[in-house]
Design a protein around this ligand. Structure first.
Ligand code: ADP
Ligand code: MG
Length: 613
């Protein structure tokens, strides 16, 4: 057989050769530069590393024709300009030790070389104290003096001009522009101390003025409002949490700090497009962090809803490896569990703070500081008997509330109660109440569900999963016609049901009997409760269900144990519910993430009726 050794393509063995430099950079560019926004990200990184306080990004045709990033940072010396475009040339690290604790955005010395290999680049820079700025033309390597103030401008023209296949993948200018803006937005959220401006086709697109250091909360709040909209700030709460040092472990970098703002459940979106996470100032996409954040919402946000947040995590740089991905958007934690726990705890406790205490705005869920329950539950100790609203049995509500409601006859300082004094019930669904600001509307089922749920959870954590929930036997067992499936599930899960405070046993081949229910749900519909728990148990692997899905289960139980719509409540019952809400964690949302109450201020009512105009 004849082998054509002249054609490298058909040859079974080809000589090993070093790749030309330009080709190496083009290959590297494939990793770093996917679209114009990738260039914007790298150039803004560089400007920040140079200590810029104002960064201006100018774009033409979504960045494909021109990306220019101008900064007022330290600049580059003329003799170093050619180095900036060389592969693996960087001023930021010099040793492996530096790499392990890198504090700058860049360090690979790759970006400018890569970009220069796939676009027409120019560098203009002036170091302070020098007479001139200098311009380096990337294609020719020529350097000439030009006029410019201290700082650097990098111009990138005709991106992918040498790799047309790549260019074909680009979307419309508008889409590429949106990606570029998003890239700057990610930087801007971490650097309120730097001003940013974006121009497209000569028109201003975004302008975020500098407002102060990241750890200065008003500055961060201002920047978040500027970049994400005031809605984001209004519908989020502060997160601020640090882990403490571990005694006796000197090698252990003590503190993980997690701060920022987490959206209230009501602000959640269908897409995860408002989730910003930073590790030591670097925007990252990280499964550990996003999982931890999402799990902090598992109680208040069911289904596919995506929470919004901007979270800043700082930890010792040696505990995180940023050199995992060419674009450095991924990181690796030395101990991902501690990060997970810190983030989850930080967000969870921020969300748990009862916010009903600050019903001062039209959207009263928007409040910063939690109100201690003691502040709102000071209504004396005299226990209260409810009159039977329907006339034939003791109120459902009475059994559910351990905290006595205020005596209705006493003069009520309505303004002292964030959720106000109950006025009436509307359509058997809503409670109308009056507080100092105006009207409060409460979804009574949603609110009660949350209260019952939080109580079940508290009881559950007291049992620590080993003993069972406090249970109450029924005087007369409630029997119901069950499917063979339900009977089998009840038999197979007797132990699990017992843990949950339920006793559901076969009565006959086709009948189940409920003999005991959790005492918290004693007044609910026992049959409906049993049915829903059995259905839940069917869905999961029986033996592990309680550990893995106990919150879900307790949620199901709460939903069925809570007062249903169309139940007539007395004013006393309504007031008791309001007081209970004020003292309950997370009472702003039912455990499906729906709001439990809404305020309508007097001002809003006046506007409605055009009063005072
Ligand atoms: N805007 C800028 N201001 C000052 N120096 C810059 C700027 N952009 C790039 N440089 C210099 O060029 C070098 C190479 O940049 P780059 O290729 O992005 O690599 P890296 O950022 O990883 O060091 C940097 O290390 C820095 O010294
Ligand atoms: Mg860089």
């Amino acid at each position: 057989m004849n082998i054509d050794t002249t054609s490298p393509v058909n040859s079974p063995r080809r000589p090993i050769r070093e790749l030309p430099d330009t080709l190496i950079s083009q290959i590297a560019a494939g990793e770093v530069v996917e679209r114009p926004a990738s260039v914007v990200r790298e150039l803004v990184d560089n400007a920040l590393d140079a200590g810029a306080s104002q960064i201006t990004v100018r774009l033409l045709a979504g960045g494909v024709r021109l990306i220019s990033v101008e900064d007022d940072g330290a600049g580059i010396l003329p003799e170093e300009l050619p180095m900036a475009l060389k592969r693996h040339a960087t001023s930021k690290i010099g040793s492996l030790a530096d790499l392990e604790s890198v504090g700058t955005m860049g360090f690979r010395g790759e970006a400018l070389a890569a970009i220069n290999a796939i676009a027409d680049c120019a560098l203009l820079s002036r170091v302070s104290g020098q007479a001139h700025a200098y311009l380096l033309e990337g294609q020719t390597g020529e350097i000439s003096p030009v006029a410019r103030s201290t700082g650097t401008t990098v111009e990138v023209k005709e991106l992918f001009f040498s790799t047309p296949a790549r260019r074909k993948f680009l979307k419309t200018d508008a889409t590429e522009l949106a990606h570029c803006v998003e890239a700057v937005r990610r930087h801007a959220l971490a650097r309120p101390d730097v001003g940013f401006a974006i121009w497209h086709e000569g028109k201003p697109v975004e302008q975020w003025r500098r407002c102060g250091a990241l750890d200065h909360l008003p500055a961060l709040e201002q920047r978040l409002a500027d970049v994400l909209g005031s809605d984001f700030v209004e519908r989020s709460v502060w997160v601020d949490f640090s882990t403490s040092a571990t005694p006796g472990r000197p090698d252990y970098a003590p503190v993980i700090k997690v701060w920022g703002r987490a959206g209230i459940p009501d602000a959640a979106r269908a897409r995860s497009d408002q989730q910003f996470c930073y590790v030591n100032g670097r925007f990252v996409r990280d499964k550990v962090i996003s999982h931890a954040a999402r799990s902090a919402y598992e109680d208040v946000l069911h289904g596919q809803r995506q929470p919004v947040y901007a979270l800043y995590i700082t930890l010792d740089p040696t505990r995180v490896d940023v050199n995992v991905h060419p674009t450095k958007i991924e990181v690796r934690f030395r101990d991902s569990r501690e990060v997970h726990q810190a983030v989850r705890h930080a967000v969870e406790s921020a969300l748990a703070a009862p916010r009903a205490g600050h019903a001062t705005q039209d959207n009263a869920a928007v409040v910063d500081k939690p109100v201690a329950p003691a502040q709102v539950s000071d209504w004396g100790q005299s226990a209260m008997r409810f009159p039977d609203p329907v006339g034939h049995r003791v109120s459902d509500m009475e059994a559910l509330w351990t905290v006595p409601p205020p005596p209705i006859a006493a003069p009520q300082p309505a303004h002292d109660w964030p959720l106000g004094r109950a006025l009436a019930q509307l359509k058997g669904v809503y409670i109308l109440a009056e507080n100092a600001q105006g009207l409060v509307i409460v979804d009574m089922h949603a609110a009660h569900e949350r209260i019952v749920y939080e109580r079940l959870k508290a009881q559950w954590s007291q049992t620590q999963g080993t003993a069972s929930l406090p249970s109450q036997p029924l005087l007369i067992p409630a029997t119901f016609a069950a499917t063979t499936f339900e009977v089998a599930t009840a038999e197979a899960n007797a132990a699990t049901l017992h843990l949950l405070g339920l006793d559901v046993t076969p009565f006959s081949e086709k009948t189940l009997a409920v003999r005991a229910v959790p005492s918290t749900l004693a007044q609910g519909d026992a049959v409906e409760l049993a049915r829903s728990v059995l259905a839940e148990l069917c869905r999961h692997e029986a033996s592990t269900v309680v550990q893995r899905a106990h919150n879900e289960l307790l949620g199901t139980m709460a939903c069925h144990g809570a007062v249903r719509a169309n139940r007539q409540l007395t004013l006393e019952e309504m007031n008791a519910l309001l007081r209970q809400m004020e003292a309950t964690e997370r009472s702003d949302q039912c455990n499906h993430g729906r709001p439990t109450w809404r305020p309508i201020s007097l001002r809003a009512l006046d506007t409605l009726f055009m009063r005072g105009r």
